[in-house]
Ligand binder design. Structure first.
Ligand SMILES: *Cc1c(COP(=O)(O)O)cnc(C)c1O
Length: 358
């Protein structure tokens, strides 16, 4: 820390992303990327012709992409906010809709970025514990008088709640924003997007990073009532008007044009997920009922850290969280069938060795 840093940030603990080794030494199952490449249309769109236009700023409004997303989700372009990854949409939302008097609530076990955004913007945060079985009871979020943030499906638990519960939260507190982070919704969750027509306090974020194979492009979006979107635009135009670069805009347009390709991949990933879950259960693992592209698993007698290290030694990266309540678990992104076969055989090897020793 330099002596110049604003003291406001002295105690800020930054978000720690999963490891991103820049070679292909590991089977990478630690940051919930898609194992499949972007669609052929996306690859074609990032042409020398497109690259040759990089001397020009991109469209700050991203109008073409907004229209395509709006058509896909049956809303209007004015209901779409484009972000440099959904992390940016979340950041701007914390900034726009929470303040010092008016705090934020989210579960104790959820996306690790929420507490960072709260701390960054000086917002008082309340964590509501998930139930003993790590399920989320939407009744805990009725009438909180605060901005509510829920990842649905939740991470890293992989569990989801029905949209009917979200609707009850929206109704209970119409003067507060309910922010639903749908980063994983395409893998079996139920989207709250249809409710934006009825509830002007609902904001939903989604991303191209997971189901649309574009984590490297940094593209996300929020869907909500026009007034909420205008507020986010105000923050964006006060921060970085060209937040989406020209290549990512083009890639996003091509990705929406080839939606079928991604939905086929989603189905493939769901099949692989369910098959892997069955195999891990047969090895004695507890596996949560995932509605995402990852599995949250544990086995009695093997701490999460040992699983993580054992797998890393065998060339496979997964995510382990050194946090209360979830130290026993690892989170495993769903890769290709071949990658998951290697994972299962490595895990089985680790479990056997443990068994022999005890
Ligand atoms: C991955 C993820 C995001 C952010 O994704 P971006 O790459 O920034 O779009 C947001 N929320 C959750 C719960 C995630 O897992």
């Amino acid at each position: 820390m330099s002596r110049f840093l604003n003291p406001r940030f002295d105690d800020l603990e930054a978000y720690v992303p999963g490891e991103q080794p820049q070679d292909t030494e590991y089977i990478k199952l630690n940051t919930n990327e898609s194992p499949y490449p972007p669609s052929p249309e996306v690859i074609k769109r990032i042409s020398p012709e497109e690259v040759s236009k990089l001397n020009l700023y991109p469209d700050p409004g991203g109008q073409v992409l907004k229209e395509k997303i709006a058509a896909l989700y049956d809303v209007k372009p004015e209901n779409i906010f484009l972000a440099n990854g959904s992390d940016e949409a979340l950041d701007f939302s914390f900034m726009a809709f929470c303040d010092k008097e008016h705090g934020v609530v989210y579960p104790d076990i959820t996306y690790g970025f929420y507490p960072v955004f709260a701390a960054l913007h000086g917002i008082p945060a309340e964590e509501i514990p998930l139930k003993e079985d790590f399920s989320l009871d939407w009744r805990d979020y009725l009438n909180t008088g605060k901005t509510v943030v829920i990842a649905n499906p939740n991470a890293p638990t992989s569990l989801s709640i029905p949209v009917s519960g979200i609707e009850e939260i929206l109704k209970s507190d119409p003067d507060n924003v309910v922010l639903i982070d749908e980063a994983y919704v395409d893998f079996g969750g139920e989207s709250a997007v249809p409710l934006i027509k009825e509830y002007d306090n609902l904001l939903v974020t989604q991303t191209f990073s997971k189901s649309r194979s574009m984590a490297g492009a940094r593209l996300g979006f929020a869907i909500g009532a026009k007034d909420l979107i205008d507020d986010l635009e105000k923050i964006k135009y006060s921060t970085n008007p060209y937040n989406i670069n020209r290549l990512s805009l083009a890639a996003g347009e091509a990705a929406i044009d080839s939606n079928g390709y991604y939905m086929d991949n989603v189905n493939r990933i769901i099949e692989t997920r369910d098959e892997t879950a069955r195999e891990l259960k047969s090895l004695g693992f507890e596996v949560f009922d995932s509605k995402t592209n990852f599995l949250f698993v544990r086995k009695d007698g093997i701490p999460g850290e040992d699983l993580y290290t054992g797998l890393k030694d065998r060339g496979i990266l997964v995510r382990y969280f050194d946090r209360e309540r979830i130290r026993d678990f690892v989170r495993i992104s769903v890769g290709t069938p071949d990658q998951m076969e290697k994972l299962v055989s490595a895990i089985s090897d680790i479990a056997c060795r443990k068994g022999e020793r005890s």
